[in-house]
Design a protein around this ligand. Structure first.
Ligand code: ADP
Length: 494
């Protein structure tokens, strides 16, 4: 197949779209058994490209090449590794428009949002390139007179990455940047829905002179075979995964045999709380961002909006007015704010959550109807949501905003925490004592206070409870790719 014209025509550099996988040191155009899979544009349904459906053997080859490449890469100075990553970063920025075009085409999000994601992803590369020079160890005063104790931080080795379709650029950026910065190699498997964005990064990695074998991109129709290979291959020292809690659990179970180290960014069910002392206009804006970015398909999306009784009606009126103005459409249309959902089953899930809520007494204020047969869903607001509804317990992953009413602080903290997930939480309030009380009480890894946007490369991103293990971004993000070794040096003078 050749890449679809609707994508090629929009690109300045058409060579950024490849119908091949990067397996270790080689680009592979065909699977040994000839199997392929298609990548679709979720807005139009057209097939954009076709890719080789690789198997466990290809992953194994990539892991073997990664192992070799890592041995030389880790010997380079931090400064040298940083220089490589900064060259890659430069190309990432220079090609931001094309990378965003590829992202919008295969994922659907509005082009400006896609461009924002490219810059956000690039920021991880810059951040960790800078950190590459600062992987400091320690010297600890010894326990006996004639010894010295040194602590080294060493690259963990070959890392396997599995990424989802909702942020095809940023989710790989968060992983590959720290991994390569500290001296690891990476074999990545992007989601089958959105592999072109990751492959474009591999093209740029080649151009930046990132050594062959250090960054592989395995294309596969499903993740299961890759998952089994990387959890059982002794040359993989760590697996970093972003996706569903369900698959995180599978990887943990499979990795148990070899005590595989895991970094997991899993599901969320974020509460968004508006207290009676909040600035209502900024709370509405925050809720729009936290709820509708990426059409509600982010793991930090506000899933449950709790509004204190005394301001409930005022908040709802302002919020609904804003939601009615959010334009749904193809991500390449300049005024689109909400793109399509990734597939039909995502549309069905949102529909199911709406119907379940209405059956249990919720009231629909706006939206509610999917555009028959397409992946588009109108942004939807319901009020009268309660704890027995699916919207309270399951991650909706779509543009549905359920509003719950509450009366006091302790009640809403309990409601907010009644979830097995613990990724992010948001609230709007002014009273400082209340701010500290609620921020400390929320059982989540990330709290947004008076803001609906919490993602940045300089802060540690990650969850508690069943939302995951480890942190991505910030200086803590490097730790996931490092082992600590201590050297006890005896026979020294007292
Ligand atoms: P989502 O519901 O967002 O698609 P998934 O957890 O199903 O989340 O998918 C996230 C990533 O995990 C994708 O790259 C997918 O191919 C991969 N994946 C799915 N099932 C498995 C599995 N059993 N083992 C390893 N990876 C998997």
């Amino acid at each position: 197949m050749v890449v679809h014209d609707s994508l090629l025509a929009r690109l300045h550099d058409k060579t950024l779209v490849v119908e091949a996988a990067k397996v270790g040191t080689r680009w592979v155009y065909n699977a040994t058994d000839g199997q392929r899979f298609d990548v679709h544009n979720p807005s139009t349904g057209v097939i954009l490209a076709s890719l080789p459906a690789l198997s466990a053997g290809d992953a194994r080859k990539a892991i073997a090449d990664a192992k070799k490449a890592q041995l030389s890469w880790v010997k380079k100075t931090g400064k040298d590794r940083a220089a490589h990553l900064m060259r890659w970063h430069r190309l990432w920025i220079d090609n931001a428009d094309d990378l965003a075009t590829i992202l919008t085409a295969e994922q659907g999000k509005p082009f400006t949002e896609a461009r924002g994601e490219i810059l956000y992803g690039a920021a991880y590369l810059e951040w960790f390139a800078e950190e590459a020079k600062r992987i400091y160890g320690d010297v600890i005063p010894a326990h006996v007179e004639n010894a010295r104790i040194l602590v080294l931080k060493q690259a963990i080795g070959v890392v396997a990455a599995i990424t989802p379709w909702n942020f095809p650029n940023a989710m790989i950026a968060r992983k590959v940047a720290p991994a390569l910065a500290v001296g690891c190699a990476m074999v990545a498997k992007p989601a089958a829905e959105t592999p072109l964005s990751t492959l474009a990064l591999a093209v740029l990695a080649d151009r930046a002179g990132i050594p062959d074998g250090l960054f592989s991109v395995i294309t596969a129709r499903s993740g299961a075979e890759f998952g089994r290979e990387v959890t059982s291959n002794p040359d993989v020292s760590k697996i970093t995964f972003t996706g569903s809690t369900e698959v995180g659990r599978i990887l943990m179970r499979q990795g148990a045999e070899q005590i595989k180290k895991l970094g997991l960014e899993l599901g969320g069910n974020a509460p968004f709380i508006v207290f009676d002392d909040a600035d209502l206009d900024s709370a509405v804006e925050g809720a729009i961002l936290a709820k509708f970015r990426n059409a509600g398909q982010t793991c930090v999306c506000a899933n449950r909006i709790y509004v204190q009784s005394s301001i409930h009606d005022a908040f709802v009126a302002k919020f609904v007015t804003r939601v009615r103005n959010l334009k749904v459409g193809d991500g390449f249309e300049p005024d689109t704010v909400i793109g399509p959902l990734i597939n039909r089953s995502s549309v069905a899930k949102v529909q199911d959550h709406i119907e379940d809520a209405i059956k249990q007494g919720a009231v629909l204020l706006t939206g509610g109807s999917p555009d028959g047969g397409t992946h588009f869903v109108e942004p939807t607001v319901i009020i009268g949501a309660c704890a027995s509804m699916k919207v309270a317990t399951e991650e909706t992953f779509g543009p549905l905003a359920p509003i719950f009413r509450f009366d006091d602080v302790d009640e809403v903290i309990e409601l907010a925490n009644s979830s097995e997930f613990g990724l992010s939480g948001y609230f709007y309030a002014k009273d400082m004592a209340r701010i500290f009380k609620v921020a400390e009480a929320l059982e989540v890894g990330i709290v947004g206070v008076n803001t609906g946007l919490i993602s940045t490369e300089v802060a540690p991103f990650g969850g508690v409870k069943q939302s995951g293990l480890g942190r991505e971004g910030s200086r803590y993000g490097a730790d996931d790719y490092l082992e600590i070794k201590y050297i006890c040096l005896g026979g020294q003078s007292a």
